[in-house]
Ligand binder design. Structure first.
Ligand SMILES: Nc1ncnc2c1ncn2[C@@H]1O[C@H](COP(=O)(O)OP(=O)(O)OP(=O)(O)O)[C@@H](O)[C@H]1O
Ligand SMILES: [Mg+2]
Length: 295
């Protein structure tokens, strides 16, 4: 094959991917991940973290991804946020092919990410400070979001003076403060106890409805996924593929009260049924790995 032919072929593949993307997307689609695969070279060899993952999130929709540890959820999150490249397939945000972080996307990370040297209010106001908003105005806006996540009264504290769950709420407020059209969250409630998680879930839903945000949430928690989502994407254990997408047809507006309903219980059972198999495979693999490590 000549260099010219190789180039033609590359162009054709790219054009094809764009066509497929256009076909799978309506004007109301905010996030599209189309046939994405990602490999990592590790000491143990090449691993496929994500294998041919495709799904789309419509404008204003709340979608959760659920799957066992190590199935590639954070990898998908980082790809959508434009933080990592080198994958196969195509990703678009707000109709534009992702080549790096997109200005209308806000991200809440799995790891703690508050700035320890800033007070709560200056953590939350940080994105506005970067935008050049004056102190009085940015503190006013920051207070609104601090209040929303239930941290009123803690404005002058430093992160080291808060619990882990409270720090995570600071991180959520800091992302919400610039009112991103599209919100990506990677296990934002993992460090919280069940009660706080449910109440904060209610708050996030209320904010999402008010701001009409398109939201993609990564979670391990089935109850949380059903409580919040319009659809739940279930992923398989390594390599991460989409196993099934479940429509959650529970009435909105929703609050924590929905958890007691019979329909809710049915969704939880249905998703657990799919996940149990994947989780067992994950566990079997890690036990085998541990035995090999000992032997
Ligand atoms: N930078 C990297 N280099 C090498 N391997 C990686 C890298 N990032 C992720 N992996 C591997 O890819 C796989 C998927 O990782 P990922 O972090 O996406 O999983 P996850 O579903 O988010 O897991 P968890 O639920 O535990 O957060 C894992 O096997 C992980 O070890
Ligand atoms: Mg992860």
């Amino acid at each position: 094959m000549t260099d010219g032919e190789r180039e033609d072929e590359r162009d054709m593949v790219a054009a094809n991917a764009k066509l497929r993307l256009a076909a799978s997307r309506s004007a109301e689609t905010d996030l599209v991940i189309d046939d994405v695969s990602m490999h990592f070279d590790t000491r143990e060899g090449r691993i496929t973290a994500v294998d041919g993952v495709s799904f789309a999130v419509e404008r204003g929709e709340f979608v959760s991804i659920i799957g066992p540890s190590g199935c590639g959820k954070s990898t998908v999150f980082n790809i959508l946020g434009g933080l990592i490249g080198g994958y196969e397939g195509t990703v678009s945000v707000g109709g534009e092919i992702v080549t790096g972080p997109h200005p209308s996307v806000g991200m809440v990370f799995q790891e703690e990410s508050t700035f320890p040297w800033r007070t709560v209010i200056d953590n939350v106001a940080f994105p506005l400070e970067v935008k050049g908003v004056g102190k009085v105005e940015r503190h006013e806006v920051a207070r609104r979001f601090i209040d929303m996540v239930g941290l009123a009264g803690f404005e002058q504290r430093y992160p080291s003076e808060l619990s882990g769950g409270m720090r995570q709420r600071v991180a959520i407020a800091r992302t919400l403060v610039f009112e991103p059209k599209i919100l990506l969250m990677d296990e934002p409630f993992a460090a919280l106890d069940e009660q706080t998680r449910l109440l904060l879930g209610d708050k996030v839903l209320k904010i999402q409805q008010d701001l009409k945000q398109t939201t993609l949430l990564i979670t391990h928690n089935i109850t949380e996924a059903v409580q919040l989502s319009d659809r739940v994407v279930i992923m398989t254990f390594r390599p991460g593929r989409v196993k099934r997408i479940v429509d959650i047809r529970l009435p909105r507006p929703r609050d924590g009260g929905v958890i007691g309903s019979e329909a809710f219980g049915r969704y939880v059972a249905e998703i657990w049924n799919d996940l149990r198999e994947e989780a067992s495979r994950g566990m079997a693999e890690s036990e085998a790995g541990a035995r090999k490590g000992r032997g």
